[in-house]
Design a protein around this ligand. Structure first.
Ligand SMILES: O=C(O)CCC(=O)C(=O)O
Ligand SMILES: [Fe+2]
Length: 593
């Protein structure tokens, strides 16, 4: 795969002549994006081009062919196309993973990107290998060979992408970049020569229904699927789409062969619509490989990703990572921190205590706490399994939306949780100062109204919103007179007793400037933090995979200023620094009524 820049000396303004209005049946507003076809219609649902139905009144605009001609002349593309699809994506929209039909279209696919960059995800249909690639604005992506036939391509429906960048010190970092409206031009050529794949790519026959092809539609109507789910005591419409999907997928697939989405030959729009009708959160993708074999199973995050940057960061770089590393992480988390244990030990006998973000439950059974009634919650199913195996009382819950009743617990602890909550404060160097959205000239040419940033995004309250929300939830569930202990990781790793144990003995202060807000640096473990928002790497046990966890490390006073935003019946009774963490004990004042 190569990306090619062809824009130098090209008059891109001519492309404004492309009419995106949805007027004559060739344009469509799909759930995911707006689409316009030229030359022939590419029928996304059926994944085919009908060669007998040319769009006579809608030929490919000459200006588009001129651009393509340049690519032919430069030897990048082998011929001019006869079919063009223009896709326009708003931030939050995408295209499901798919392989464009090869029975209808020749091998080479050309996709021209205007307006804004996006991250495109590729996945190898047989090995499951995944690659994400930034497709720059004003670039041409040419797919042929394996990238055309064996790798699926897709754009996740979200409002921002995490992309690799190099900071001013030459360090590799990841940065969160908001998406902007993007328009792509996909050129296809109707098939005239036999496909190289020799027709091996067919749907597999359903194990349950002899002679019936396992198309996406069939998967959702096959009685075997419902029966298989029943066998493992699952309601197909409800529980299938829970975070548990990762654990249960393997056993279900053994029984039913296939559940959920088949990504195949562009029939994905249909498959996904079936799923989205019933799936608010997670879905399972089953890929059909080149040989019609149903293989890779992948949990995909869907709807929630659209909600905003903070959720993207937390879901991808906190929740998913803890899910992936749960057992290894748990092995490294044994000893309760002494001051947390002391706090628990000091509580009156019979106190009901909530550990919000309990991880592997190390405080739920800490030494000297048998006089307490402990309950925990976390987002990681893997870690909660570990708690359950120890007989601990836990539920799945996000700390920003606790399921517990108001005024219901005598005390709560939130240890090393708030610093995983992201906000929208990550900025981009260009464009709007508050959110980094950059308007580029082509958007205006396409008649899109200029970006105007929501002023609410700029207020300090907004920037702290999710961390404050978590504190508010602790405050809500606490009974009047109850106490909450909160620990967050400190930016400052040098306390009154010298450098924290986290730092390597030889670690020296980094002389470089703190990284600007535009990038989220990848932190070097056991060194001092250079930035408040960062990714902290976690190496898998075999050393082969590095996961990145998002952190917002707190500066001195930041936690207190959050607590001060709680209603006036909350009072800080103690604030202190403990081994690289900022800590507060907060009391919900007894009711005066
Ligand atoms: O927007 C893009 O670049 C990809 C479009 C695409 O994959 C398609 O139309 O089949
Ligand atoms: Fe495609």
């Amino acid at each position: 795969m190569r990306t090619v820049d062809i824009w130098t000396n090209t008059n891109t303004s001519q492309l404004t002549t492309i009419d995106m209005t949805v007027s004559d049946g060739c344009g469509k507003t799909l759930r995911h994006r707006q689409v316009q076809h030229f030359g022939f219609e590419f029928e996304y649902g059926a994944n085919l081009v009908d060669p007998n139905r040319p769009l006579e009144h809608r030929p490919i605009p000459p200006v588009c062919l001129t651009v393509l001609q340049r690519l032919v002349e430069s030897g990048h593309v082998d011929r001019l196309s006869d079919q063009l699809t223009v896709n326009r994506y708003l931030p939050g929209q995408g295209i499901p993973p798919h392989i464009d039909s090869h029975s209808s279209c020749e091998e080479q696919l050309v996709s021209l990107s205007l307006s804004a960059q996006v991250v495109m995800d590729f996945r190898h249909a047989t090995t499951g290998q995944q690659r994400s690639m930034v497709v720059p604005r004003r670039s041409v992506l040419i797919m042929s060979g394996d990238s055309r036939y064996i790798w699926t391509h897709g754009i996740a429906p979200r409002k921002s992408d995490v992309v690799p960048v190099t900071d001013h010190n030459g360090h590799q970092c990841l940065t969160l970049q908001r998406r902007d409206i993007r328009t792509s031009f996909t050129f296809r050529t109707l098939r005239q020569t036999p496909c190289r794949c020799n027709g091996t790519r067919t749907y597999r026959t359903c194990n349950n229904c002899p002679g019936v092809e396992l198309t996406p539609t069939h998967i959702f109507t096959c009685p075997a699927m419902a029966a298989a789910l029943q066998k493992i005591d699952m309601d197909p419409e409800q529980q299938l789409y829970t975070p548990k999907i990762v654990d249960i997928a393997a056993s279900v697939i053994e029984i039913a062969v296939s559940i959920a989405v088949v990504i195949n030959e562009g029939a994905e729009d249909r498959a996904l619509s079936v799923v989205e009708g019933t799936a608010p959160r997670l879905m399972l993708a089953v890929e059909v490989t080149k040989n019609g074999y149903i293989g890779v199973k992948t949990p995909l995050l869907t709807a929630d990703i659209k909600e905003g940057d903070a959720e993207v960061l937390e879901k991808t770089y906190v929740h998913k990572v803890y899910e992936d590393i749960a057992s290894h992480f748990s092995e490294t988390r044994h000893s309760p921190w002494p001051q947390v244990a002391q706090f628990l030990q000091s509580l009156p006998t019979g106190s009901v205590v909530l550990d919000a973000g309990c991880g592997n439950g190390k405080y739920l059974a800490a030494y000297g706490t048998s006089h307490l009634v402990m309950t925990g919650c976390d987002t990681s199913i893997g870690l909660l399994h570990i708690c359950r195996s120890k007989g601990q009382d836990v539920v799945v819950a996000d700390t920003t939306a606790l399921p517990h009743r108001s005024d219901s617990v005598d005390a709560c602890i939130s240890i090393a949780v708030l610093h995983h909550l992201a906000t929208q404060e990550v900025e981009n160097g260009e464009g709007c100062v508050a959110c980094g959205i950059v308007m580029v000239e082509l958007d205006r040419l396409f008649n899109v109204s200029p970006h105007s940033c929501d002023p609410a995004f700029q207020s300090p309250e907004h920037l702290q919103k999710r961390r404050l929300q978590a504190l508010q939830e602790l405050a809500r569930v606490l009974r009047p007179g109850g106490l909450a202990l909160v620990y967050v990781w400190a930016l400052e790793q040098d306390g009154p007793d010298g450098p924290s144990k986290y730092l390597k003995p030889q670690s020296i202060a980094d002389p470089s400037q703190p990284a600007s807000n535009t990038i989220l640096p990848i932190h070097t473990n056991r060194t001092r933090f250079q930035s408040q928002d960062l990714f902290v790497p976690w190496k898998s046990k075999d050393g082969l995979t590095v996961h990145h966890r998002f952190y917002h490390v707190f500066t001195q006073g930041e936690l207190e200023s959050l607590v001060e935003q709680l209603p006036s019946d909350f009072k800080i009774v103690r604030n202190f620094y403990d081994s690289g963490n900022w800590c507060v004990v907060v009391e919900k004042l007894p009711s005066t009524q």
